[in-house]
Design a protein around this ligand. Structure first.
Ligand code: AMP
Length: 412
């Protein structure tokens, strides 16, 4: 069976087509600028890379073009559309309703619609993608894989905000956490590398990218994570502030007269590495800035590493000790410098980097701790799409119509 994995965003559909049991996709790419002028279809197979100008006024039109390209006589890798037996959808916010991946039916869609207020920017385009896929590939099973699901094991003391309890009960205001699909992949892969069972390790995974978060994993279960109701809480990020005194928001409102939308934009798109440096949200640019003597680039990187370090301390305490520390995401996988800054002086917690291993592990899997380090420190490039593919296949095969599909989908 072939499985199409799609990540449907507000103006794009990123996709990969897999042949079951092969982690290298047959085709990968994106339909971009949907609903705008200058839409494109990016298509990379083992033989071809194409970037075509297309007309994609809607997600449905974009998905149809994408399926047509998969079937194309010259470009395509699929002869009959029925070969695509399933579609796995990346779904951002499953609220409290979804504790695992599920086969999509009308009831699931209704529940996902109920989660829209929790992720007004992300869930609607996910739903648009699901509806389009059901229409264009009606024979294929559709599966939703939620970013929040992995964190459904967090205990109340970790997921509650210290607000009046009815705000949780009535309005679902609590911490949910994100990057769950990435964490499940990294957990499973790390355990393969270490030849251990998830149940045997206390692990922290730092997913450091443009969006960054961290998770504390005990016996294979998320017990705490740094993102909250939305992906704004926690670590400093590319353009998101991460943790901030909520009093700052009142101050911005009362003293600077800023509107709610303006503050939302400030904290989500103008803060973080970009806001502090005034240069860029990209670590590579900041490293160049530091080399050129730009102090604010240096402060931004220092803050990024310091805040990550504080979370490692907190999560080591929450776990009652630490066995494995894993870095993933664009920064975690590629920036030896940031990893070094984060791990510096954490010897008292048992983390000791090996300098050569760290600097030589860029964009690749590897152990970067010294042989004498009590904690194994790994770099594991994440692969969320492959995780979605595995869940999709497992759920379709078990024909699970309930969230128990999640259990089938774990790689452990
Ligand atoms: P992600 O959101 O996981 O794709 O990560 C994207 C971010 O990773 C970029 O904004 C950069 O900050 C960072 N990044 C990517 N490649 C490198 C690299 N070679 N060195 C340092 N940082 C990198």
């Amino acid at each position: 069976m072939k499985v199409l994995v799609i990540n449907s965003g507000s103006s794009s559909i990123k996709y990969r087509l897999y042949d079951e049991s092969n982690p290298t996709p047959l085709v990968r790419g994106a339909v971009s600028r949907i609903g705008q002028t200058g839409s494109t279809l990016d298509y990379t197979s083992y033989a071809e890379h194409q970037c075509l100008s297309v007309a994609a006024p809607t997600h449905e039109a974009g998905l149809r073009l994408l399926v047509d390209s998969l079937l194309d006589e010259r470009l395509g890798v699929v002869r009959d559309v029925r070969e695509i037996g399933a579609v796995g959808h990346r779904a951002v916010h499953g609220g409290s309703a979804f504790r695992g991946s599920v086969l999509i039916d009308d009831a699931v869609i209704r529940k996902m619609e109920e989660c829209v207020p929790l992720a007004p920017l992300h869930n609607p385009p996910n739903l648009v993608g699901i509806r389009a896929a059901r229409k264009i590939l009606p024979h294929a099973e559709q599966v939703a894989v939620f970013d929040t699901a992995f964190h459904s094991t967090m205990p109340a003391k970790a997921f509650l905000y210290a607000l009046p309890y009815e705000y949780y009960e009535r309005y679902g205001i609590r911490r949910y956490g994100f990057h769950g699909t990435s964490y499940r992949y990294v957990l499973a892969r790390s355990c393969e590398i270490l030849r251990c069972k998830p149940s045997d390790v206390r692990m922290i995974v730092a997913h450091l990218g443009n969006g960054s978060s961290m998770v504390a994993i005990d016996q294979g279960r998320s017990i705490d994570t740094s993102m909250g109701l939305t992906p704004l809480e926690g670590l400093m990020m590319g353009s998101r502030s991460g943790d901030i005194d909520p009093g700052v928001i009142f101050h911005l409102r009362r003293e600077l007269g800023m509107g709610v939308d303006q503050i939302d934009e400030l904290l989500n798109t103008k803060s973080g590495l970009l806001g502090v440096s005034g240069v860029s949200n990209d670590v590579r640019d900041l490293v160049e800035g530091v080399a050129a003597g730009n102090e604010r680039c240096a402060i931004a990187l220092d803050m990024f590493a310091y805040r990550a370090k504080k979370y490692i301390g907190a999560y080591a305490a929450a776990l009652g000790g630490l066995d494995v520390m894993v870095f993933t995401g664009g920064i975690g996988e590629n920036s030896a410098l940031v990893r070094e800054m984060i791990c510096a002086d954490l010897g008292f917690l048992g983390l000791e980097l090996d300098e050569d291993r760290n600097t030589s592990t860029v964009g690749a899997e590897g152990t970067i701790s010294a042989d004498s380090s009590r904690v194994r420190i790994l770099v594991v490039p994440t692969d969320e799409e492959w995780m979605i593919m595995q869940d999709t296949l497992a759920i379709v095969r078990s024909a699970a119509h309930e969230p128990k599909g999640y259990a089938h989908a774990r790689i452990a």
